[in-house]
Design a protein around this ligand. Structure first.
Ligand code: ADP
Ligand code: MG
Length: 247
């Protein structure tokens, strides 16, 4: 496979905070339609890596290519337009709006270049809202006030808000934290479904959940990649057991 076939090619990426390298010369490739899980101890640099890919943090060195296009110097909003979506740990939904309205304001055409919202709702937007609502299991909750949803449903709504923009790369930081076992199961199904036609990167600690969803696992430690491969292989790696799984 040539480099141009990867959805995401991160090469020699480095970021320093006051001389401390939170990401240290890291190289990572993610395939089209791949669901990659990143694991590793606290402070390994997992969240920082996603911050760099989405443009929240600027790299000190190296390159981030998305669909073979250099992203490293682009601001965050430009990367969103190129198809990079990022879900943060705390949900950022509009609690006072309905589920329908939350999805509606996330439709890309719903926002002018000046950032003003058009509350336009033609058939195309409505169809997309309904299809995303089915995808995230909230089709029966479209009129509900978002603030009244369960914790898990709020997380799914936020994933839905990202899906409205049809990202080709979706990144999620610890998406099942605080979820019930049933919500975790449904989230695993959801992530498997949405990775059928886009690349997904998930940071997660729960190894049962990782085993359910991961195509490949990347283990990070001290800003570097410690191991990478199928779950079964990574789990048996003595280096991984030593720094992470053994604890
Ligand atoms: P993880 O998500 O794997 O737990 P993080 O990416 O949050 O790790 O953090 C990696 C390291 O970088 C930690 O030591 C953290 O304290 C440091 N770090 C992260 N962001 C900043 C920042 N903006 N300024 C200074 N240090 C930071
Ligand atoms: Mg983190």
């Amino acid at each position: 496979m040539s480099n141009t076939d990867f959805a995401l090619a991160v090469e020699d990426l480095t970021v320093s905070f006051d001389g401390f390298k939170a990401i240290d010369n890291l190289t990572l490739y993610v395939d089209k339609d791949e669901l990659r899980v990143i694991i590793g101890p606290n402070g390994a640099g997992k969240t920082t890596l996603l911050d760099l890919i989405c443009g929240r943090t600027q790299a000190s060195g190296g390159s981030i290519k998305f669909k073979n296009e250099e992203m490293t110097k682009l601001p965050e909003y430009a990367r969103v337009r190129k198809g990079i979506g990022r879900k943060f740990q705390t949900p950022s939904i509009y609690e006072n709006l309905s589920v329908f309205q939350n999805l509606e304001v996330s439709f890309p055409r719903g926002r002018s270049v000046f950032g003003a919202l058009f509350f336009r709702c033609d058939d195309e937007v409505r169809e997309r809202i309904e299809s995303v609502a089915r995808e995230i299991g909230l089709a029966d909750h479209l009129p509900s006030q978002a603030g009244l949803l369960s914790h898990g449903q709020k997380q799914w709504l936020e994933i839905g808000m990202l899906l409205m923009q049809e990202p080709q790369l979706l990144m999620l930081d610890e998406p099942i934290a605080g979820m019930s076992p049933r919500e975790r199961e449904l989230t695993a199904d959801l992530l498997r479904r949405i990775s059928r036609n886009r690349s997904v990167i998930v940071i997660e600690h729960d190894m049962d959940f990782v085993a359910q969803i991961a195509h490949k696992v990347t283990v990070m430690h001290q800003g570097k990649i410690l191991a990478e491969g199928p779950m079964e292989k990574v789990q048996r790696d003595p280096k991984v057991i030593d720094v992470y799984l053994g604890h």
